[in-house]
Design a protein. Structure first.
Lengths: 343, 312
């Protein structure tokens, strides 16, 4: 079997297997929103609204239908991309998916930046730890990995704000952009890329300055996970036969670590990447709230505050899609890098 | 006669040492490894956790000022830390130090409800799923794995929105995250223990599945749980604090670390240079979660010999 076709077959199997996962996630979301006590309208209004208003809302959202019909409608809505219209005071009447898509780029920008910070810091500390096994560098590295991972993201964010924005004034305290200058015209929605595309270096600098603290916050917390995985896997590969063989041939230690051990130590890191992304998106909700960052997470929190049920449901569904797509991509990447996975 | 007696003695000699009682199985390795790095870490972790339990229990005696009711407003608001108010005062003029001590109670309660319920559900389901195998096992596994892949905080947030605020409701909300975790660990352990000769022997002698699961397998799975218990407890405290920070968890005036941070953030304290209203509650979260992580990871290194070899 030629290599490419088996990779293709692997990709197709994964794609097919991702479908039940998506369906289960959607069902869990449905179950939580409709089956737990009473119904969402009651939960959101908490008995404060007059019964006629509640009945009208329930009818409007189709919540007075039998559950199986509601479920069928819900699944149909999800797969036709029609999540209904917002009921809240801010986006009232707007299409839910449109509102979410406007906010998605901010979250993606934050996610990419944080992942970059997490990878650079996490891998460096992990490698340093792994090659200095049981020495003081290793002990410090392991402590870092354990402690940074349990620091509440919002607390770290607030403290970094205090030191770097309030006290030293190096970075803005929060938000995505300065009020005084107009943001770049949206093309991709990512401020950094859009400003570069339009050749506006001033806007690019502003965007990066605003990105720095949120990405550092989220990235630092995520780096703990990388540190542990990289270290553990480096230790495993450093003891492997092919590394011994390389050493016996007189290859320098640094070259062995970088060229032989490190590459193979990366494979399990990619496997846990899916889990890392799950933590990333949960962390992004907290980071966005801390830094008043106008992304999907803040949208979710705000729509809970104003009891905008269609928007809450829509945001969670988009999160489910993102998670399934990422876990697919991670699986595929894994198959691409490690041929053993494909069989 | 004598011959058969001898062979019986042989059989007896081959029998494994009887398992020690549950607490003994836990504490013995801790005592034995107290001089290794993992052992020291576990002991430090255990010390921190016990200290927090003591703080939570003695909060009514330790806290210098009341935290609920009209008498809780004890000073002008937003006073910086001083000798009368060790950690300053907050927006409503309450003593931050007192609220932080009382917050230990809230955090430990929510965490205990969350992880104990998750264990109570995840463990039996995992046992059943792992022992029976087949299609049922595969379906439960797929469902649990899908839930596990979803960001825990988002799932808990969704449940919290539906259930409403309060200590007990938040406990239930975070349970949802950890059921798949306990399920997976239990199922995987059950899968391997199911093949042990003594289980096969019991099956051969006609023991019913229920008896085998609960009398022969459950105990041996349960001894691997404390590691997960400590690590998920640390995570549960973080998640509960996160929910409170987002305004979905504990309701004012109940003292809670996440809630206090949320209030500080809403009022923009940091932007005004007021750091003590958020610094101290966060510090308590970190101390407690670090204690639980040290305990969990130390225990893991001690109890799990395979990992010990890899990590050493």
């Amino acid at each position: 079997m030629p290599r490419r076709s088996s990779l293709f077959a692997y990709g197709v199997t994964r794609l097919v297997m991702a479908f039940p996962m998506l369906l289960i996630l959607l069902t869990v979301v449905f179950a939580v929103l409709r089956i737990i006590p009473g119904d969402p309208i009651y939960a959101l209004y908490g008995g404060r609204a007059p019964p006629s208003v509640v009945m009208a809302q329930r009818h409007k959202l189709g919540l007075d239908q039998p559950l199986y019909l509601q479920f069928a409608n819900y699944i149909a809505q999800v797969f036709t991309g029609n999540f209904g219209t917002s009921l809240g005071p801010i986006f009232g009447g707007q299409n839910v998916l449109d509102v979410i898509m406007q906010r998605l780029p901010a979250t993606i920008e934050l996610a990419i930046g944080s992942m970059l910070v997490a990878t650079i810091i996490g891998m460096s500390v992990g490698i340093l730890s792994g090659i200095n096994r049981d020495r003081i560098v290793d002990v410090v590295g392991r402590l870092y990995g354990t402690i940074i991972f349990v620091i509440p993201i919002f607390w770290l964010g607030l403290m970094l704000q205090f030191v770097f924005a309030v006290d030293l004034k190096w970075f803005p305290v929060n938000s995505r952009f300065d009020v005084s200058i107009p943001p770049p015209v949206p093309i991709t929605g990512l401020y950094t890329i859009d400003s570069l595309l339009q050749g506006r270096l001033d806007a690019f600098a502003v965007a990066v300055r605003h990105l720095f603290l949120p990405c550092l916050t989220l990235g630092l917390v995520l780096s703990g996970f990388f540190t542990k995985t990289v270290r553990a896997n480096l230790l495993r590969t450093v003891g492997a036969d092919y590394v011994e063989a390389a050493r016996a041939r007189g290859i320098r230690r640094r070259a062995i670590v970088m060229r032989y051990a490190f590459k193979n130590a990366l494979i399990p890191v990619i496997t846990v990447l899916g889990l890392e992304f799950a933590i990333l998106f949960a962390g992004a909700v907290l980071t966005e709230t801390t830094f008043n960052w106008n992304g999907m997470g803040l949208l979710l929190v705000n729509s809970i505050e104003v009891q905008d049920y269609p928007l809450i449901q829509g945001t969670i569904i988009v999160y489910s899609f993102i998670i399934v797509i990422i876990s697919l991509m991670v699986d595929f990447l894994n198959g691409l890098i490690d041929p053993r996975v494909r069989y | 006669m004598t011959e058969s007696d001898d062979s019986f003695a042989d059989l007896k000699a081959q029998q494994p040492v009887l398992p020690r009682p549950f607490l003994g199985r836990l504490l013995y390795p801790l005592m034995e490894n107290r001089r290794t790095l993992a052992g020291v870490l576990s002991w430090i972790g255990l010390g921190i956790v016990v200290a927090f339990i003591v703080i939570a229990v003695l909060a009514p005696i330790l806290a210098p000022y009341p935290v609920q009711g009209p008498s809780a407003i004890v000073a002008p608001k937003l006073q910086p830390p001083s000798l009368t108010h060790l950690m300053g005062t907050d927006e409503s003029g309450q003593d931050v130090f007192s609220r932080v001590l009382w917050g230990a109670q809230t955090s430990l309660e929510v965490m205990a409800i969350g992880v104990v319920l998750a264990l109570a559900i995840g463990f039996p389901v995992g046992l059943y799923s792992g022992y029976s195998g087949g299609a049922v096992d595969r379906i439960i596994l797929l469902v649990m794995d899908s839930i596990y892949a979803f960001p825990g905080l988002l799932l808990a947030l969704l449940v919290a929105v539906m259930l409403g605020k309060g200590v007990f409701n938040i406990g239930i909300a975070i349970t949802v995250i950890y059921i798949p975790l306990y399920y997976r660990v239990t199922r995987n352990q059950t899968l391997s223990i199911r093949e042990e000769p003594y289980v096969e022997a019991a099956r051969g002698l006609g023991a019913r599945p229920w008896t085998i699961m609960w009398s022969y397998i459950a105990y041996n799975v349960l001894v691997t749980i404390p590691v997960i218990f400590a690590l998920s407890a640390a995570d549960a405290i973080l998640t509960a604090a996160g929910l409170s920070f987002l305004g979905l968890g504990i309701q004012w005036p109940t003292p809670d670390w996440g809630l206090d941070l949320s209030i500080a953030n809403t009022f923009g304290d940091i932007g005004n240079g007021i750091w003590w209203t958020s610094f101290f509650p966060g510090l308590m979260i970190i101390l407690l979660t670090v204690g639980l992580s040290f305990l969990g990871e130390g225990l893991n290194d001690i109890v799990n010999p395979l990992l010990r070899k890899e990590r050493a």
